[in-house]
Ligand binder design. Structure first.
Ligand code: NAI
Ligand code: MG
Length: 375
């Protein structure tokens, strides 16, 4: 009997609410299919910060390194902990700590979910965004400086308005050749495996970001030459954002730098029916545990009411099970979610219903258990 060690971090707001449902479904499916999961929960996040002064203990990365996978809800409580402290203290610390460079976000609308477009038909949309998640603009390099600080002496002269400013902030994006290469290789391999359009679209912006994005483009051309079976194309991120809405059916795999991928995937979440439907995985090269987390945040506006949609978290669970090699379980969970959403009997408020997070979780647990038992 396989036994996986799973570290569960509920986090803040709706995080623990949706994680609770995912663990409920995991329990049921593991039981039916006969594999074991040792789940350990960690109480890290903004509440932990209030009593300890930091979001996670100093040895958190070491503790987590003993697990096969990390399952995270969401962190952030802007009224309690500054935004830049909260996200960096957990999500980015784990992504960077385990070099989880591949943030994989599938965009495949579920029948029955709210769908905002007149065309194309939701069933025509099936693409995946592969976002670089360890470098680029989210590295955290730079600083805030008085305009007369020696660190910004050269920069302050660049524009008249800089010279009239009290303060300058510098946010440095770093793009590495090997970092671009590994995320692009991952994207091309995924396009080959998916066998849908056999296409990778690179999100770029070399016309305005002539250093980072020309390196990105050069590596993309090189990697593309190693995968002649896949159609490689690039598009500037602004135009690509429009295509996400106007012609999403023409996308297959999209590879994007960190910042662009973050923004594009909240946009693509709306094609799925909202953030309550968008799953996500942060994958390593296999040496360290990967982390699985829905795309959404802690949703303070609906936290504590038990009305969050757990669909994103449950589809995220399916991604974790697939990564662990439990394919039958992954299929049962995904199919269970699809069944419940398509039937439309149990719908959370974001779907126009009145069901609770737990009712939705229970319905999926029952459906997934039934499907798992059928094999
Ligand atoms: P958010 O994703 O928490 O919420 C945006 C909107 O979507 C809200 O109206 C919310 O109610 C709705 N929503 C999100 N998930 C939902 C669900 N499962 N069911 C129903 N509705 C849902 O983004 P927001 O408001 O920008 O951020 C809130 C906090 O979360 C901030 O502190 C932010 O930094 C943090 N955050 C954390 C992330 C993480 O831990 N990975 C990712 C994104 C934001
Ligand atoms: Mg985001």
């Amino acid at each position: 009997m396989a036994r996986y060690r799973i570290a569960a971090i509920g986090g803040d707001g709706i995080g623990p609410e949706v994680v609770g449902e995912a663990l409920r479904v995991l329990d049921v499916v593991a039981d039916v299919l006969g594999f074991g999961c040792g789940v350990e929960r960690f109480p890290w996040g903004c509440g932990y910060y209030e009593s300890h002064g930091h979001m996670m203990p100093g040895d958190a990365i070491e503790l987590l390194s003993r697990f096969d996978a990390i399952y995270l809800g969401a962190v952030g409580m802007p009224s309690v902990v500054p935004e830049e402290v909260a996200l960096r203290g957990v999500v980015l610390a784990i992504r960077f700590g385990f070099d989880q460079f591949a943030n994989v976000r599938p965009v495949k609308p579920l029948a029955g979910a709210p769908y905002p477009l007149a065309r194309p038909d939701a069933s025509e949309i099936d693409f995946v965004v592969v976002r670089e998640a360890t470098e680029g603009m989210y590295l955290g390099l730079g600083g805030r400086y008085p305009a007369d600080a020696p660190e910004v002496a050269e920069i302050a002269g660049l524009r008249a308005v800089f010279g009239r400013s009290r303060e300058l902030a510098v946010q440095t994006g770093v793009y590495s050749e090997a970092g671009c290469r590994r995320i692009m290789e991952r994207a091309f391999r995924l396009a080959e495996e998916r066998g849908r359009l056999g296409q990778v679209t690179s999100a770029t912006k070399a016309n305005a970001m002539g250093h980072g994005m020309t390196l990105w483009n050069d590596v993309f051309d090189e990697v593309a030459r190693g995968h002649r079976d896949v159609k490689a194309e690039w598009q500037n991120v602004d135009a690509l954002a429009m295509r996400f809405v106007a012609r999403p059916e023409t996308l297959d795999v999209v590879v994007a730098p960190n910042l662009f991928g973050d923004i594009l995937t909240d946009l693509s979440a709306s094609l799925l029916g909202g953030l309550g439907f968008a799953p996500s995985a942060n994958l390593t090269d296999g040496h360290w545990p990967s982390m699985f987390e829905p795309c959404h945040g802690s949703a303070p506006d609906i936290a504590g009411q038990g009305i969050a949609n757990p669909t994103a978290a449950l589809l995220t669970l399916a991604m974790m099970l697939e990564d662990l090699g439990e394919e039958a379980a992954a299929r049962a969970v995904e199919a269970g979610v699809r069944k419940v959403v398509a039937e439309g009997r149990v719908r959370t408020p974001d779907m126009g219903g009145a069901a609770s997070t737990a009712e939705m979780g229970e319905a999926v647990a029952e459906a997934a258990a039934g499907l798992a038992a059928q094999g």
